[in-house]
Ligand binder design. Structure first.
Ligand code: AMP
Ligand code: GLY
Length: 419
């Protein structure tokens, strides 16, 4: 089969690499791609925010399967447009992708399906913010209802900062969710689904803040590791039963069946796992570590999900190791990243590209905030972590930013679920 992957991040570089390793996949095209995907896939231009542009490209490259990486095209209806051409697509319909596209919608689905999640109030008017903040108290959690590239959430003890975030979103024409703060470690659990059968992948942990020790502003994600040695046994089965299965059933009941990748962002509280967000696609950077350990052919799995055939798919096989990825970000990220700097050492093993492009002389240049995702596996987490950081030390660009503590607390055995 020929596969078209839409997107340009390290997630897409990881997807293209895994698809190419599937013997059933004869060709991979990535659009628009980056300086790394062009070494494992054919690069094609596309307007990734335009469903028609994606569907036309899928037909033009004779794709048998389209895999849509980012949320923006999914919410815009790209999967519907591709399926409209009679081409299989891994990704939810536009209406189903609203599980990520509107936090209000996701809360309504969770309420109807009795899925455990943080209590919240939605505010459409500035006048409502103060009462919502007072209801939950500090630390305050204020979320943009709509898509915000991982930067729509502010968690702060400072009421004025929380209120200002809410005001700026509403002033720009949006609405917000004010949420109860949940204490506990976070887990990202991905599941592949065809709308009925649910196949969970390995749980992973992401690091959202820019700075070591979870300091500074939220980002798209600064690193990840998997699997999580500190999880209680039965965790994945519990989340499938309490979160994923009821959510997929409720989406089907509403006449908007959910297919593709369902990403549950969870906090492990004293009262059990609670959903803090759903995403409608593979997470970045968690995908880089999850796929590093997937031993089953990826193309076959995604094609089965896209064609309603997951029930007949063999159980997934995993490499019995650990994986760690460290994101290298440009100066200025997550604000306005500086672009154009030369990147040295980016073509070595384990280095997945995100914000890179080739200059006129073929040199690799920084093109957006998250530049590379440096990935390694090992027989234990400490080994994977140390190889990942050795690889980081061989890469250089001006004012490169990265966290030095990815997976460190887990290696120390320092992660505890509140009792
Ligand atoms: P999200 O974009 O919804 O994943 O939120 C970004 C980050 O904000 C999460 O990864 C958490 O670290 C934090 N966060 C979101 N919601 C909550 C909550 N209800 N309680 C505590 N932290 C939260
Ligand atoms: N890793 C967070 C996300 O993909 O949204």
């Amino acid at each position: 089969m020929r596969v078209l992957v839409i997107g340009s991040g390290a997630r897409e570089h990881a997807l293209c690499t895994a698809l190419r390793a599937d013997p059933a996949v004869v060709g991979v095209v990535c659009a628009p791609g980056n300086a790394g995907t062009d070494t494992v896939a054919e690069s094609r231009p596309v307007d990734a925010s335009d469903p028609a542009s994606i569907a036309d490209l899928a037909a033009a490259v004779a794709a048998d399967l389209v895999v849509i990486g980012p949320e923006v095209p999914l919410v815009a209806g790209a999967a519907d447009a591709v399926r409209g051409k009679g081409i299989a697509c891994f990704g939810p319909s536009g209406p189903a992708a609203m599980l990520e596209g509107s936090k209000d919608f996701a809360k309504a689905v969770m309420a109807a399906a009795a899925v455990p999640t943080a209590a919240s109030r939605s505010c459409h008017r500035v006048a409502d913010i103060a009462a919502a903040l007072a209801l939950f108290g500090p630390p305050y959690v204020v979320k943009d209802d709509g898509l915000a590239a991982g930067k729509g959430v502010v968690v702060t003890p400072d009421r004025a900062v929380a209120e200002a975030h809410g005001r700026s979103i509403i002033a720009a024409g949006g609405s917000i969710l004010v949420e109860e703060f949940l204490a506990g470690p976070e887990v990202s659990l991905f599941a592949v689904t065809d709308g009925e059968t649910i196949v969970p992948l390995l749980p992973a942990q992401d690091f959202k803040r820019i700075g070591d020790g979870d300091t500074g502003p939220n980002t798209g994600g600064m690193g990840a590791y998997c699997p999580l040695p500190w999880l209680p046994s039965g965790f994945v089965d519990d989340v499938v039963a309490q979160v994923l299965r009821p959510t997929v059933a409720e989406m089907a009941r509403r006449g908007t069946p959910y297919t593709g990748l369902l990403y549950a962002g969870l906090v492990l509280t004293a009262a059990g796992p609670r959903v803090i967000e759903f995403n409608a696609r593979f997470g970045d950077p968690e995908t880089q570590v999850v796929l590093a350990l997937l031993d089953s052919p990826l193309g076959g799995l995604l094609y089965a999900a896209a064609t309603g055939a997951l029930a007949g798919h063999p159980p997934l096989r995993w490499i019995d190791q650990y994986a760690v990825t460290v994101v290298l970000a440009a100066a200025g990220y997550p604000g306005a990243p500086r672009t154009g700097d030369a990147v040295l050492g980016a073509e070595a093993e384990g280095i997945l590209h995100a914000g890179t492009r080739r200059g006129a002389d073929g040199q690799i240049l920084v093109s957006s905030g998250r530049v590379l995702s440096v990935t390694a596996t090992g027989h234990d987490l400490a080994a994977a972590r140390s190889v990942a950081y050795e690889r980081v030390s061989t890469v250089d660009f001006a004012d490169m930013q990265f966290r030095t503590d990815i997976a460190a607390a887990a290696v120390r055995g320092d992660i505890t679920i509140p009792a």
